[in-house]
Design a binder for this molecule. Sequence first.
Ligand code: GDP
Ligand code: IMO
Ligand code: MG
Length: 421
Amino acid sequence: MPVDVLLGLQWGDEGKGKIVDYLAKDYDIIARFQGGPNAGHTIVIGDHKHVLHTIPSGVFRKDVINVIGNGVVIDPIVLARELNSLVEIDVDTSNIYIAKKAHLILPTHRYLDAASEASKGKSKIGSTLRGIGPTYMDKTGRNGLRVGDILRDDFKERYNNLKQKHIELGKIYPALDFDIETEEQKWFESIESIKRLHHIDCSYYINQAIKDGKSILAEGAQGSMLDVDYGTYPYVTSSNTLTSGVCVGLGVAPQHIKDVYGITKSYCTRVGGGPFPTELDNEIGEELRKIGAEFGATTGRPRRTGWIDLPQLKYTIMLNGVNKLCITKLDCLNTFANIKVATHYKVSDGESQNLPYDLTDSNLTPIYKSIEGWESDTDQIRDYQSLPPKAKEYIEFLESYLEVEVKIISTGPERDSLIIR
Ligand code: GDP
Ligand code: IMO
Ligand code: MG
């Protein structure tokens, strides 16, 4: 069986968690391949809303194995808290497997993240302060601690060596208030919960599962525009969020990858700093934020909002090889008489459909097409034909521009608010 992929095509928070939870009923294994607790994937089942940060979104489906792959960075404190909150609501956590090669986020990684951000002033990235950047830096700098190290006799010594390095490094920044002892105590307590999970050699595990005919869905975190290589650098996260990240993040060869689900909102959001060409810094943007409840699932920060940006989506569809498009939050446009869609950019020497080298220093203005809104409810609709004709026109316009079929449309946060085509 091949590996399918699901990932965000914008700047994150596209509704990946909800769609993975739905699709998970048809997969044997759901596997996170990158990112860490900077992610917040929301799943709404009945009256219950759950936000997952490290654990894959297949955990609410019985008998699905949830793999935290080696490309993920793990904060034991966050993971232990997540495990506890699942146990409290009687969710089975015995199907959560963790890669031995996944790197650990130390309390001092969080300190360095915060200190580095504070020192940047206005040009700060707006990181989630979860220690993501410093942990990936230690990974590529070959200093990191991994899940498999937890069982080594000299784990504490290795921890102390790395912590000491961080303390020295931290001296280049103005000091911040941070209670290392308390955080460290929580961290070591949480390590005990991590010890109780199934520890796997992720690449052998996944490749054996492929051989055994198991179906696997790789769940992306963040969004393609936050990819460290292809996103709006330096306003990005520190991992490869694209389909290509699945190969290194799980240890699978490219020929095993088949379908790629790309998720986009019916509009666009971004949280944190960095360029956002179609941003609406006005009442319309405020209305979108209100209707879409656009506040970060991890940090609670208000998300920046704007119209959908088709050149941007075309770029990330190309990067990921998306063959199945999912549009979420269609219901959030229900009340708009006019909806705008960016189709081109006006640049210094004419018009372009391509993203420039650096969005941060380019003089680029989006060119919009205006589309009449449908101005009626879509929340209860479960089949495509019953959508208002103008809503179908909107979807079909996106489809023809982006040259990918829209397979899933989401019309509300709840698990079953979906139209499958
Ligand atoms: P993720 O990080 O991609 O999993 O997305 P988040 O969970 O951070 O943010 C998506 C938010 O939109 C969550 O609050 C979801 O409950 C909500 N959501 C998902 N799909 C829909 C939808 O179709 N309509 C509405 N109104 N909300 C949705
Ligand atoms: P999910 O998986 C939205 C953003 C941060 C910041 C930048 C770098 O829920 O879609 P980091 O903490 O990674 O160093 O922050 O990336 N960011 C996200 N934005 N959704 C996410 O995850 C994000 N994870 C990181 O706001 O701008
Ligand atoms: Mg999120």
